[in-house]
Design a protein around this ligand. Structure first.
Ligand code: SAH
Length: 474
């Protein structure tokens, strides 16, 4: 180790910053957030520093640095753009045995400041020993995404219960087991989702029983296919659940991100081929949680958009099974982005409507008159089989036969294909190309923008040597 990491208590202690620019401003903010009293020496001040001075957060000496500025302080930072001044500060600090940091000059530093992930009271710090601040920041960004924002509140909760837990479990091994259980289980989840009262109740309950008790269901949107489109929360819960209940729409590459030792239950849901009836799925989720499992109900896209997520948690609510819902990127957003079709656009569409194009007895029970209104975009989920019916009905209501329409097959995945045409030509294109589900249909003027805005080239196309990210048909 080039530096020995310690966390310094500088609350209410005098710290000196020399310099008044951007970096001095940043360092000052750091010191203030640790409760220091900052004295700043600089003839010029940034706007933020002026505000701090006006609000009396800091004391400012509007002049050049002199060595005696460091008398009676506990830490010094030199952040000027003058090397001689920085050297002078470093020398004066060393003379007084005060820790000193000189911006961008590791050789003059007696300490370096790490990049910080602040989940107070938890601090995670990343240091490259002054070798590369940018590298430290990159690492910090990666860690930021891994640590839920409310982690600090979890630490507060642990602190509040520390003594009680100590009294309840005299044996230190038991105590440790208890903490592992609550800090990665339901109690933690309550804290992360702001349900602090429930966290306390679950904590009290956990203290009284030796096993896990009631489980929880996580209704999680897995997005349209590309694993990069998962949310941080989705990923965290995926790695926590011990049972995974999933259906056909969830991509294999996403399922791989669930815990390797989790039990996986496939509940199907292909068109007209339901492996498990919806009522059975609902009850399975409740039963598993009642047995104490942490159940991940993983759904394609967003669970509340044509996902029957509402029905599933309805059963849970009736049986008092705790649950949480994690939104996902719905197919319309995912497919539209990856196909280069903005769903709304000032010049073409002021609204967007999501409808189901599921055929029942050969027809769709939709308000066609409304869907045929101009200046809007209409997105059909589950519309592949009914595509000819969609094209026909819209034209019957007066929409031009030339209205652009796109059909996106396996959107956002490596297999994505985009077919486009008009209401008049699309049925024949689909008949010929036979796209495979899942597919999404977008109708509206905005579809024509993809010629210019398409950016995603799936390997499927690259390997066929296509030059455009989309299949242009008309
Ligand atoms: N809850 C999901 C929708 C479930 S309904 C969501 O929010 O996206 C299933 C329909 O979603 C499919 O028939 C198809 O129309 C659409 N869909 C889902 N994923 C898709 C994808 N990757 N590409 C194209 N369409 C998709």
């Amino acid at each position: 180790m080039d530096f020995f990491p310690i966390n310094l208590d500088i609350r209410n202690k005098h710290c000196v910053v020399v310099g008044g620019g951007k970096i001095a401003t940043r360092k000052t903010a750091s010191l203030l957030s640790a409760g220091a009293r900052v004295r700043l020496i600089s003839p010029q001040l940034s706007d933020t520093l002026k505000k701090h001075a006006a609000a009396q957060h800091i004391q400012v000496e509007p002049r050049q640095f002199i060595d005696s500025d460091l008398d009676d302080c506990c830490l010094a930072i030199a952040a000027t753009n003058s090397e001689p001044v920085n050297r002078q500060v470093a020398a004066a600090a060393r003379e007084r045995r005060i820790p000193v940091n000189v911006v961008d000059q590791p050789d003059l530093c007696s300490f370096v400041m790490p990049a910080i992930i602040d989940r107070s009271p938890i601090l995670v710090t990343v240091s490259t020993g002054g070798a590369s601040p940018v590298l430290a920041r990159l690492l910090r960004a990666r860690l930021e995404s891994l640590i839920p924002h409310a982690y600090g509140q979890l630490a507060d909760l642990a602190r509040r219960y520390r003594n009680t837990v100590k009294k309840t479990f005299a044996n230190s091994q038991q105590r440790q087991k208890f903490w592992y259980r609550v800090l990665q289980g339901g109690v933690a989840e309550y804290v992360f989702t702001g349900r602090n009262d429930q966290a306390d109740a679950a904590m009290e309950q956990a203290l009284q029983q030796s096993d896990d008790g009631m489980g929880e269901v996580y209704l999680v949107g897995a997005g349209p296919g590309d694993p990069d489109l998962l949310t941080f929360r989705a990923l965290r819960l995926m790695q926590q659940a011990d049972v995974v209940v999933y259906d056909r729409l969830v991509a294999a590459s996403i399922l791989e991100l669930t815990r390797a030792d989790a039990r996986r239950i496939y509940v199907g849901k292909e068109r007209d081929k339901h492996t498990m009836r919806q009522e059975e799925i609902n009850q399975t989720l409740a039963d598993l949680a009642l047995k104490g499992h942490r159940v991940l109900r993983l759904k394609g896209g967003d669970p509340f958009i044509f996902g029957r997520g509402g029905e599933e948690i309805d059963t849970l609510a009736e049986q008092s099974v705790p649950f949480q819902v994690v939104p996902g990127i719905t197919a319309a957003s995912g497919c539209a982005s990856y196909a280069g079709i903005p769903l709304t656009h000032r010049d073409y569409a002021q609204s967007v409507t999501f409808v189901t194009g599921h055929l029942k007895d050969g027809s769709m029970n939709l308000n066609w008159q409304q869907l045929a209104q101009p200046h809007q975009t209409v997105v059909f989920y589950m519309g592949l089989v009914g595509l000819p019916v969609i094209c026909e009905n819209l034209q019957k209501q007066g929409v031009s036969a030339d209205m652009p329409i796109a059909l996106i097959e396996q959107g956002t995945t490596q297999m994505q294909k985009v077919y486009s045409g008009t209401l008049a030509t699309m049925p024949a294109i689909v008949e010929r190309e036979k796209p495979r589900p899942p597919t999404l249909i977008i109708v509206g003027e905005v579809v024509q923008l993809r010629e210019k805005l398409g950016w995603f080239l799936s390997p499927q196309h690259a390997s066929r040597g296509a030059t455009s990210p989309v299949i242009a048909e008309s």
